[in-house]
Design a protein around this ligand. Structure first.
Ligand code: ARG
Length: 657
């Protein structure tokens, strides 16, 4: 049973005769921060007192008088200005935790209001290898899909692959001009990646050359502005001097920034100029950027050659991405890429024009909204459709196919404006009541606090990132095995298997344990620490329980189905039991604002409670048999909660580490 849910229900009954809208007050009943004050705390008397102009303590007494919780709580206390402190009864707690022993769902009842949710996540552009930027959308989306399903919602996991954009124009152009036929037959995907990078570098090169004069001019201007700043004058008042100094600093910072960009562009240009082959190619393809756009346009218009190349490239690109999904245990129900919607885009634009939602502005078709000055363009002057057009067609399709209640888009925060405009247009067009959300997330950073790059400044390839994690995990596992008091226990093959589970888990968990809206610094060392909020620690706690069972030669199935019960005699036992009962509450919190870090925090808390319990309460060497069995059961429920919680995050466990 969900204790918090039950308490809120009881409060609702008590508050109903007192206020019109108890719902907002019920949210103020929360787990207590400090267990000395009880298990839960209700802070609703304070705002209510304020509204009514009477002392909150009085309001609190009034609520407590009406509150009927004798069966689940100790006598309720009012503390300080009017906090209502709630402590669960020992017998109630014991009864609840004993139910977990036999409950395969570990007290998670599932929702009373099942909804149909379409989640759009991962969604990489497929002509290039997946990189570190894709990890967040992939694992956050997967964790949300798993959690929603577990709670009884219907979920369609949809991978909106970028399989139709300019990146294909790039490899088509690359293929036509630079392909190495042997390499293409031997290893298609690596040749396609090489072509992608080559074309990208050449485009970048010409862009950098073209940007140079403007950048140099910007620097000259800034330098001039700086020299024209009046020198600090002693007769000015303090305010003015301060203002002047900050103006100077601002100008200097802008100058530094422009100089930094210039240095970067020059480096890029030099890298090509110094490479004879590359320089010759750059010289031979001056209009490459434009030509790539034309190749893309030709593909979209149905040009036979480009269409045929696209059909040839796509399976290789998809197979490459599939490899990563297999490693990470990521699954989708559908993978309708952008190309799937191509034939519908014309109709979408016509429909929006007819409805008066779109209009022509400067020869382009645009949807204007209230919030932004710039419109959302859905057809360019040259007739080309855009990312937004495809997204509108996608919403139309999803609504018609699945009649969803909720659409979630797990996408980088930089696309915030795109989604606001998109949702606004879609609401006015098709689905006024649909709950559409951008589940946005921050950036993965390197040690230097900038977006994570390789030493040579390239984006980090996801596959090599995973390889790196598995290699590290191998070291951690070997070291920990070899330092076991009774000597190493694991064979080579088992170590490899464990390193695989631990390495992938570490990457996922590190990502999921950060609040999704913040940036975080990528660190192999931190994510595989044996102590702390890491997957490794969680997996270690799980393995520790399994090792207790092995050492005690415990028949776990037999124990579960025996008459043994959990007794809560020691405070550490009680504390752990309460934590285990809050699993269902943690999952509710995850879905409140679609934040998997609510679950990682919860699991970390449980693992810490378990560790205290384990230090203070002997299990195999407990004084009598009933206590021993009770503690073994607590260990078992703990392990199951950890395993189930990790599974909802897409993370596996191992029996020994
Ligand atoms: N392919 C896009 C990108 O890499 C992300 C797509 C997100 N989903 C969507 N329906 N727009 O930026």
């Amino acid at each position: 049973m969900n204790s918090l849910g039950e308490l809120r229900q009881r409060f609702r009954e008590a508050l109903d005769p007192l206020v019109d809208d108890p719902a907002r007050l019920l949210e103020m009943i929360l787990p207590a921060q400090d267990s000395r004050f009880g298990d839960y705390q209700a802070n609703c008397a304070m705002p209510l007192g304020k509204e009514r102009g009477c002392p909150p303590r009085e309001v609190a007494s009034e609520i407590v008088e009406r509150l009927q919780v004798e069966d689940l709580c100790e006598p309720v206390e009012i503390a300080g200005p009017g906090f209502i402190n709630l402590r669960l009864r020992q017998d109630w707690l014991a009864e609840q935790v004993n139910q977990l022993v036999h409950d395969p769902r570990l007290g998670v009842d599932g929702t009373d209001h099942p909804t149909m949710v379409v989640i759009d996540y991962s969604s990489p552009n497929v002509a290039k290898p997946m990189h570190v930027g894709h990890i967040r959308s992939t694992v956050i989306g997967d964790a949300l899909a798993r959690t929603l399903r577990f709670l009884g919602h219907q979920v369609i996991a949809d991978n909106h692959l970028g399989d139709w954009g300019t990146q294909f124009g790039m490899i088509i152009y690359g293929y036509k001009h630079f392909v190495d036929a042997d390499r293409y037959t031997q290893d298609t995907i690596s040749e396609l990646s090489r072509l992608y990078r080559l074309v990208n570098d050449l485009i970048d090169y010409h862009q950098a050359v073209a940007d140079l004069p403007g950048l140099e001019e910007e620097i000259r201007d800034r330098e001039q502005q700086l020299t024209q700043q009046p020198a600090g004058q002693a007769d000015r008042d303090e305010e003015e001097q301060k203002e002047q100094a900050s103006q100077l600093r601002r100008l200097q910072a802008q100058l530094d920034d422009a100089q930094g960009r210039l240095a970067q562009q020059r480096k890029k240009i030099a890298a090509v100029d110094e490479d004879e082959v590359l320089a010759a190619r750059a010289a031979a393809h001056p209009g490459i950027a434009e030509a790539v756009l034309q190749e893309t346009a030709r593909l979209h218009e149905g040009d036979a050659e480009n269409q045929q190349l696209w059909e040839q490239f796509l399976p290789a690109c998809r197979a490459e991405i599939e490899k990563i999904y297999r490693r990470l245990d990521i699954r989708f129900d559908v993978e309708h890429g952008e190309s799937f919607y191509h034939s519908q885009l014309g109709q979408v634009v016509e429909d929006l024009l007819e409805n008066g939602l779109a209009r022509i502005s400067e020869e382009a078709v645009c949807v204007f909204g209230d919030k932004y000055d710039t419109p959302m363009i859905i057809r360019k002057k040259d007739g080309a459709f855009l990312y937004a057009t495809t997204d509108l067609a996608t919403i139309q399709y999803r609504v018609a196919t699945w009649q969803p209640d909720v659409l979630l888009y797990v996408v980088d925060h930089r696309q915030g404006e795109h989604f606001e405009k998109l949702f606004d247009a879609a609401r006015r067009w098709k689905c006024p009541d649909l709950d559409m959300r951008h589940i946005s997330f921050g950036t993965v950073l390197g040690d230097d606090g900038r977006p994570f790059k390789t030493r040579s400044g390239e984006v980090v390839n996801l596959e090599s990132l995973l390889d790196g994690a598995v290699a590290r995990a191998q070291e951690v596992v070997t070291e920990s095995d070899e330092s076991k008091p009774g000597g190493a226990e694991l064979g080579e093959q088992e170590r490899v298997h464990i390193a695989n589970v631990v390495g992938h888990a570490a990457i996922k968990y590190a990502d999921l344990s950060h609040n999704r809206t913040s940036d975080y610094v990528f660190s192999y060392d931190k994510m595989m620490a044996l102590e702390g909020n890491t997957a490794t620690y969680m997996q270690y706690s799980y393995a520790r329980v399994q090792s207790i069972f092995r050492r005690g030669e415990v028949d776990v199935d037999g124990l579960r189905s025996s008459f043994a019960t959990i007794l809560l005699q020691h405070p550490a036992e009680r504390h752990l039991a309460l934590g285990l009962l809050q699993f269902c509450e943690a999952l509710d919190q995850v879905l409140e604002d679609y934040r998997p870090n609510q679950l990682t925090s919860y699991l970390f808390d449980v693992a810490k409670r378990f560790s205290t319990f384990f230090q203070e309460c002997p299990v195999l060497r407990a004084d009598d048999d009933a206590v021993r069995q009770s503690r073994l059961l607590l260990c078992d429920v703990t392990a199951r909660v950890i395993r189930q919680g990790l599974e909802l995050l897409g993370i596996g466990v191992v029996d020994r580490m």
